[in-house]
Design a protein around this ligand. Structure first.
Ligand SMILES: CC(C)(COP(=O)(O)OP(=O)(O)OC[C@H]1O[C@@H](n2cnc3c(N)ncnc32)[C@H](O)[C@@H]1OP(=O)(O)O)[C@@H](O)C(=O)NCCC(=O)NCCS
Length: 180
């Protein structure tokens, strides 16, 4: 398990999936804001759930996020689009509504940076987020991610086109600040 200050990143367990489905996917607005495809209902137990992990998919590593104190599930995190030639990847995360605004997101970004840079030997990490996602932007910038550009009207979200911000962090800019 990867450890931050308050949260841990562990493998996905079967019984995490219905919770993540109900709290993240079934919230149409949150789901539409964090996915670049139209929301649709997913049948319980379906292999089509974004939270079902394919361990043979080498370019995508998914984690469940838990509180270190007690082990309660608080969200999901991933390193995706892993490119071992250019040594880059994207990071993504989503926390259950009751676990937002407690510093967990900032902690998850730290743990994903440790995984990408130290465990996987990558040299560049990237995040794409909606330009109005203040919490995601601050959690990323806290660890040194730099705004590299705005993708104007790149995301169709609930009836309107929204701008996305692209943030990048290079290993030489990264300042590891916690144990993992
Ligand atoms: C985005 C998300 C991962 C951030 O994690 P979080 O645990 O809520 O954020 P944190 O508590 O670590 O806060 C990060 C910073 O944002 C600020 N912040 C938190 N919630 C905020 C809000 N609703 N509005 C504005 N700022 C906010 C915090 O004060 C903190 O700033 P600081 O570093 O200056 O103190 C989380 O809110 C979430 O899962 N949201 C829904 C899904 C989502 O948007 N995923 C990202 C898709 S790219």
């Amino acid at each position: 398990m990867l450890k931050g200050e308050k949260v841990g990143l562990r493998a996905r367990h079967e019984d995490d999936i219905p919770i993540l489905q109900a709290e993240l996917h079934d919230d149409v607005v949150t789901s539409s804001r964090s996915q670049s495809r139209p929301w649709r209902p997913i049948t319980p137990g379906s292999k089509d759930s974004q939270f079902v992990v394919d361990d043979t998919e080498e370019r995508h590593v998914q984690f469940s996020v838990i509180e270190l104190d007690g082990g309660t599930l608080v969200g999901t995190a991933s390193l995706w689009g892993i490119d071992n030639h250019n040594r880059s990847a994207h990071i993504g995360l989503g926390l259950l509504p009751s676990s937002r605004g407690k510093g967990y997101g900032t902690d998850v970004v730290a743990a994903l940076c440790h995984y990408g840079f130290v465990v996987r030997g990558l040299q560049r990490l990237q995040i794409e987020t909606l330009s109005d996602n203040a919490a995601m932007l601050r959690a990323a910038e806290h660890h040194g991610f730099v705004r590299e550009g705005v993708l104007r009207s790149a995301a169709w979200v609930m009836g309107e086109f929204l701008d996305e911000v692209l943030l990048g962090l290079l290993i030489q800019e990264w300042k590891p600040d916690s144990k993992h």
